[in-house]
Design a protein around this ligand. Structure first.
Ligand code: AMP
Ligand code: MG
Length: 424
């Protein structure tokens, strides 16, 4: 038996970072930037008002107060998006809206609240006046956003290798970019195996079960940024497996579920050996002990021969999801050019004792909660690898090391966070 770390290292050694593509910025969310992004503009483009108010010369406000306002002549109004043709000279002011460029001559913006504008409107019932009273002394630069203070022309704004989040999408848009070069998303072909499986579109005959793995695995592929390609269900015979497999040979990775336990070991091994190289492993973990990994002979987008990594997940619904999180997720992230391949973990106080009987690393489905600055983990109930609801109730996986035969309630355990809900 090999360890989880050895299995992961081996899998990662078979996957490479994919090529780049150019996509509309909104589609790039979660992808890795494949170019340096520099700016050829200043953002903001010009000095502009941070508040609605009056653009004035700070010198004109000397000695101003509620009791003795400094009165200035209003010579223009400037809205966001417009540029005033007037120049502020001593004794004058220009009414200005947030975001409007600061007019020539002005060195500060006095906000409405620091003027007598409201009283004036009340008294005259007119929306504009040709005079304004300034009610306090202000310093030069007040309420002015400087040209280029966010992004200076010529500067490197986003580095190659950055993961694109909503803020980066916003930055690209603010630079006027509609498309961006990123590392492309892997296409992951997904094949379920088992005579007992029925597709969700069909009625359920006696003795059969719905194929859930295809959908949970496809959802995981999508969640982590890949593109699932569903190959359907293969029966437990060589012909059926071959026919389905061949439809996935243009993918970047192939994931099968089922057919790797002792009973059907040979069938899958024989077929996959014909189509490539396959190694069957026993990984020292629970759930998910049987795991197949190898490469299949496939073709690239230009039709040239190429090896496709193949991950054979166990059929049990929980095992296939847990092994996906541990092995397929890092492979997908690596293909996408990501550097941080691990899920976040927390140290949690285990709220109930657990027994580990056979020296494997155990991943227990758990509900992790934060109380008074500590994390606590309790199990989701029965931990059978067929109990998919245990996965649905969980937000974390408690890790029991292979060398621990028991962990007592109150002990601290490493816990992989599957979901990092708000509140954490
Ligand atoms: P296997 O690894 O093929 O022996 O399957 C182990 C268990 O998982 C069996 O009870 C299967 O019926 C179940 N199983 C296998 N594939 C799927 C699937 N795609 N959806 C739901 N259950 C499955
Ligand atoms: Mg099976």
């Amino acid at each position: 038996m090999i360890s989880v770390a050895q299995a992961l290292e081996k899998i990662l050694s078979y996957v490479d970072v994919l090529e780049t593509e150019e996509v509309p910025i909104l589609e790039s969310l979660g992808q890795v930037l494949a170019e340096d992004i520099s700016s050829n503009i200043n953002i903001p483009p010009l000095d502009n008002a941070a508040m609605d108010g009056y653009a004035v010369q700070a010198g004109d406000t000397a000695g101003a107060s509620d009791k003795s306002p400094r009165f200035l002549r209003v010579i223009d109004t400037v809205m966001a998006g417009a540029i005033s043709k007037q120049e502020v000279k001593p004794g004058t002011a220009i009414r200005i809206m947030t975001g409007a460029p600061v007019p020539k001559g002005a060195d500060c913006v006095v906000k409405f609240e620091d003027t007598d504008e409201a009283q004036r409107k009340e008294a005259t019932k007119q929306s504009s006046a040709n005079e304004i009273g300034i009610l306090c002394k202000v310093k030069p630069g007040l309420n002015i956003r400087r040209a280029g203070e966010d992004i200076a022309r010529g500067s490197l704004v986003l580095k190659k290798g950055t993961v694109i989040r909503p803020a980066e999408v916003g930055i690209l848009a603010s630079l006027g970019r509609s498309k961006v070069k990123v590392i492309r998303r892997p296409v992951v072909a997904i094949l379920a195996t088992g005579n007992e499986l029925v597709d969700i579109e069909q009625p359920l005959p006696p003795g059969k079960i719905y194929n859930s793995n295809t959908y949970s695995v496809a959802a995981l592929v999508q969640r982590y940024g890949g593109i699932p390609k569903i190959l359907g269900i293969a029966l437990d015979n060589e012909d059926s497996l071959m026919v389905r497999l061949r439809q996935g040979l243009d993918a970047d990775m192939l994931i099968t579920s089922g057919g790797v336990s002792a009973g059907d070991y040979d069938m899958v091994k024989d077929v996959l050996a014909k189509e490539g190289e396959i190694s069957f492993w026993s990984v020292r973990m629970k759930p998910g002990k049987p795991l197949a990994f190898g490469t299949l002979r496939g073709v690239d987008q230009k039709g040239a021969a190429r090896k496709i990594p193949h991950l054979g997940l166990p059929g049990n619904p929980v095992s296939s999801m847990v092994t996906f999180e541990l092995f397929a997720r890092p492979a997908i992230l690596k293909m996408m050019g990501k550097k941080n391949l691990a899920k976040p973990t927390v140290e949690a106080v285990l709220e109930e004792p657990v027994i580990n009987t056979d020296g494997r690393r155990v991943y227990l489905r758990a509900i992790v909660e934060k109380r008074e600055n500590k994390y606590f983990a309790r199990l989701t109930g029965p931990q059978g690898s067929g109990i998919l609801t245990s996965m649905s109730r969980a937000n974390g996986l408690v890790v029991v090391p292979e060398d621990r035969s028991e962990v007592k309630a109150g002990e601290v355990v490493q816990t992989i966070m599957l979901d990092w809900d708000e509140g954490f």
